[in-house]
Ligand binder design. Structure first.
Ligand code: CNA
Length: 409
């Protein structure tokens, strides 16, 4: 199906509603279900029967009905500037792209992203490195690689400074960061206005005894590609080992002495090596408190979004994220449909409708926004002077390329 036809079909669904749309296009066989599937971005030749297609097209139609629609009155970079100037409760959603200028790779950028590097090294499914079941089965893969996304501790980017500026102007409602680098702390973002949706390296917790330590405690292990062990467990185990141990009962022995003691975590200790068998208890593995795939997001995320921000937000600014990871990717669809949404990133995304899209290095884009707003962005890496702004070829005219003029790049 051609793009134009697909767009019309989706619009028709929104205009007449699900029931009427199904009657008009599906029940009366106007289109085959596979053809309709293509209007919702589903490939028509998957190796499944029509029953499967009816099911996923149904889900896709429901999603389409829940999707935010572009607000026609906002289109240009100056519209974005006016919104920044006039709005008072700005939600900023950030991703790995705001830290790449500090040398921390993002995940999904082609060639430079961490996932491309993993693919090039033969990892078929890079996301598995951050899967909690895999980590618990064997943490070595994570520790082998984690040093490459270890945060810098004392640097911030101009985009972090921009978020701080919004805070200083009393406009920052909440910064929902998907980043785990905790650079928001160095930028002075008030924890009361910050949700670290995927946790952070700021702390680490033992998978066994749940002891929590500052994240920096495990950095030397991460840098050395060594699995970090829990020092609390180590201390407890060594204290237990120093206690007098009882001999293991020999098979068929009549001795009354108790032969085994069971440790706190169910490990069985014995100093009897008569059968050459030891069951050596191990200290737990430390995991940085970043949310792995398969783990719940912190409750603060859902609480703040639903009980506080949804009512208050008057502008959403999304920066440096591919918006591929749920539930953060669902935020634009969740907030009221009349709240404008500005997207700043290097590449456009097609699965969410924004009002203004500003494509370029986010540090340059925010510098230009501040320049046009008459706000000083105090950061040594901020763009000094004007950026070039030109219309991006694809899309509906609300997408703009923002680039450094050649002499200042
Ligand atoms: P992603 O999927 O890798 O997307 C990053 C996006 O930023 C892409 O669309 C890039 O085009 C864009 N981008 C990269 N550099 C720039 C730049 N300088 N200016 C403008 N845009 C840029 O990462 P997401 O954040 O969307 O995905 C969420 C994951 C990434 C979370 O679970 C994080 O924990 C995880 N992550 C975090 C960090 C970090 O904390 N710094 C680093 C790597 C990955």
């Amino acid at each position: 199906m051609k793009m134009e036809e697909a767009r019309n079909m989706r619009e028709r669904l929104r205009t007449i509603g699900l029931e009427e749309f199904v009657r008009e296009n599906i029940t009366n066989d106007k289109y085959s279900i596979r053809k309709i599937a293509t209007a919702f971005g589903i490939r028509p030749y998957l190796p499944y029967g029509d029953a499967f297609y009816y099911q996923i097209v149904g889900q896709a139609m429901l999603r389409e009905l829940a999707r935010r629609q572009k607000l026609p009155q906002y289109n240009t970079i100056d519209d974005a500037v006016s919104l920044l100037q006039s709005k008072k409760n700005i939600m900023v959603i950030t991703g790995a792209g705001i830290s790449t200028s500090l040398g921390i790779p993002d995940f999904r950028s082609k060639n430079t992203g961490f996932y491309s590097q993993l693919l090039a090294r033969g990892f078929e499914s890079p996301e598995d490195v951050f899967d909690i079941e895999n980590f618990d089965m064997d943490p070595r893969t994570f520790y082998e690689l984690a040093g490459e996304i270890l945060p810098v501790l004392d640097k911030t980017s101009p985009t972090h400074a921009f978020i701080r500026l919004l805070q200083d102007k009393g406009k920052l409602l909440t910064n929902y960061t998907q980043n785990i680098d905790n650079i928001e702390a160095a930028a002075g973002i008030d924890p009361a206005h910050l949700i670290q949706c995927h946790g952070s390296w700021a702390t680490a917790t033992c998978r066994k005894c749940k002891a929590q330590v500052p994240g920096a405690t495990i950095f030397s292990d991460v840098k050395a590609k060594r699995v970090a062990r829990c020092t609390a467990c180590v201390q407890r185990l060594s204290a237990q080992q120093q206690q007098p141990k009882k001999r293991k009962r020999a098979p068929n022995s009549n001795s009354n002495s108790s032969s085994r003691s069971r440790g706190k975590h169910g490990h069985v200790y014995s100093d009897d090596d008569s059968d050459g068998q030891y069951d050596i208890p191990e200290p737990g593995v430390m995991k940085p408190d970043i949310t792995f795939f398969g783990e719940q997001l912190p409750n603060t995320f859902f609480d703040r979004l639903t009980d506080h921000d949804r009512e208050k937000v008057d502008l959403v600014v999304i920066v440096g994220t591919s918006m591929k990871v749920a539930p953060v990717s669902e935020i634009p669809n969740f907030i009221p449909k009349d709240v404008p949404c500005v997207y700043i990133s290097r590449e456009p995304v097609e699965h969410i409708n924004f009002d203004v899209t500003l494509l370029g290095y986010c540090d340059d884009v925010v510098s230009e926004l501040c320049r046009r707003a008459g706000w000083g962005l105090d950061h040594p890496m901020a763009l000094k002077g004007k950026a070039d702004v030109s219309r991006f070829d694809e899309g509906d005219g609300s997408r703009w390329k923002v680039t450094r003029p050649v002499e200042s790049s």
